[in-house]
Design a protein around this ligand. Sequence first.
Ligand SMILES: Cc1cc2nc3c(=O)[nH]c(=O)nc-3n(C[C@H](O)[C@H](O)[C@H](O)COP(=O)(O)OP(=O)(O)OC[C@H]3O[C@@H](n4cnc5c(N)ncnc54)[C@H](O)[C@@H]3O)c2cc1C
Length: 260
Amino acid sequence: MKPVAFDIAAPASLAEAAALLAQPGAMAMAGGQSLGPMLNLRLARPELIVRLNAIPGLAGVAEDADAVTIGALVTHAAIADGRAPDPGMGVLARAAEGIAYRAVRNRGTIGGSLCHADPAADWPTVLTALGASVLTSSGRRIAMTDFIAGAFRTVLARGELVASVRIPRLPADAGWGYAKACRKPGEFAHAMAAALTDGARTRLVIGATGGKPVLLHDADATEQGARDAALAAGLDPVAAHIQSVMARRALQQASEGARA
Ligand SMILES: Cc1cc2nc3c(=O)[nH]c(=O)nc-3n(C[C@H](O)[C@H](O)[C@H](O)COP(=O)(O)OP(=O)(O)OC[C@H]3O[C@@H](n4cnc5c(N)ncnc54)[C@H](O)[C@@H]3O)c2cc1C
């Protein structure tokens, strides 16, 4: 199938893009790796595509003592290659290099992935575990735990764009883990878990449950906690078991990292 006919705009500023996107029938395009297939299948039928690629600064990165801030247009490949600063212990590169395959990573962006809000995508789960927040074109700072409203839904308002993602630096005594189950390499995961611990406090996030990532703290951040959360999210017992195995692996990696 071919896309419906649409106009294309390439604004030179975030404000101009936001104004164009406030019009009914307008959609943003970053890497096009999710939107492209949706256009071809006519699951998306925009009247106007607003390309974000010409906006200065959206592909930039910044660091301060507490966090790294990654522009919405930074690609998975740039992060996998270490071209973006890391908040600690290689966590971002490890997550990025497991996304799809190189051709998708070359064009797909961190902001596009968050906005698409596919329940099986990697960044929503990893960035929720890391306590990241999203900075928007309206100046809002939205915690990852609040940003995704459900499957393929975010809390962005019409015309509001993701400008960057702020990721706190990992404490020196922290350890993290990430595990996912895919039927074939390069495919979306059907179970995933990300864990962050300093030995005393633990955050465990399970993804690919069909909805928003589920965050479990401390006493609930266990293999059994993951199984219970997956069942509560509506997964069948086999799928919930696979989630619990991913949780066990992520927790084990995190606790080994925290001890190292
Ligand atoms: C074959 C294949 C395999 C894949 N496997 C995986 C995988 O294993 N794991 C994974 O996580 N992902 C996977 N993906 C998805 C990939 O990571 C995409 O890059 C990502 O989902 C979307 O990023 P994008 O930059 O291409 O966004 P686009 O496709 O351009 O946009 C996606 C959506 O986000 C909106 N949008 C984009 N940027 C912004 C912004 N800054 N502000 C507001 N709205 C915005 C668009 O309007 C659109 O609705 C796969 C994709 C393909 C094609």
